[in-house]
Design a binder for this molecule. Sequence first.
Ligand code: DP6
Length: 331
Amino acid sequence: GTGAVAVAHPNIALIKYWGKRDEHLVLPRTDSLSMTLDIFPTTTRVRLAPEAGRDVVVLGGRPAEGEALRRIVTFLDLVRHSARVPHRAVVESHNTVPTGAGLASSASGFAALAVAAARAYGLSLTATGLSRLARRGSGSASRSVFGGFAVWHAGRPGQDTKAADLGSYAEPVPVADLDPALVVAVVDAGPKAVSSRAAMRRTVDTSPLYEPWAASSRDDLTQMRAALLRGDLQVVGEIAERNALGMHATMLAARPAVRYLAPATLTVLDAVAQLRRDGVGAWATMDAGPNVKVLCRRLEADRVAAAVREAAAGGAVHIAGPGPGARLLPE
Ligand code: DP6
């Protein structure tokens, strides 16, 4: 057919992706590991428009413009090139997460777009191939192609373009029974001051803490994979929290500093620490924004959500479990 619809969910990294070694191919400097959520899906329809002279992109009912439009058109150019089909497209996307709030809307967005565009343009890709394709739109989108826990391989540096592209994709991570939840505290749903793309570039270029964090992140990943396999949520949580705080430390040390953490972020972190003193397993992670995601046991998620809600001063709180990978929907 000449159209397709796909849905994808956001993911939250427990081992962060922060820093590229190749901007064009979106190749990261380190491996990362995430949980795909069962909330905030993005649904995207792609229809080929053989008569049209340009792509039409509608996000949440409004025509896309500027940087958002440019990124999507560049992505479609890549799909057209691979499929050897020149036609322009009409893209309509509906996002249920506030954009620009560090809630990974680019991850669900480009994962859904990759799956829908690949089908619409007649590219038959494996899940691995879809993950590589989604990566080109936004690095974290490579992980949202898969449900549950996924690891995104950085691949080996210093290879030719083709080999480098092939070596960097996400895949599911084996886990024991964890029954995890992520409590999402929306401290501020407004758009972020600095895009994660620009912020990670500045961090790599100027932060003296970047290389040490990247090195420790490699150990964090090894230890977290082992903890996931044996079902040790406590160790998973401890590693996730230190990895995220370390990432923010690299940004704070950048010149000029990039600071996403807000006063309310720290208030929520205090509430998480208090939960732990009260014997509740809860560990925080933050992305390119002030919002806090708290990893805990599903059975304790309501208690964690209540504590976090009180601390988040009026911000919305959502409870997520592990969600599904990106998939086509019937048209
Ligand atoms: C802090 O995937 O949005 O959420 O590849 O430039 O599009 P681009 O960046 P993006 O960065 C996500 C950064 C993060 C950590 C993570 O999701 O691993």
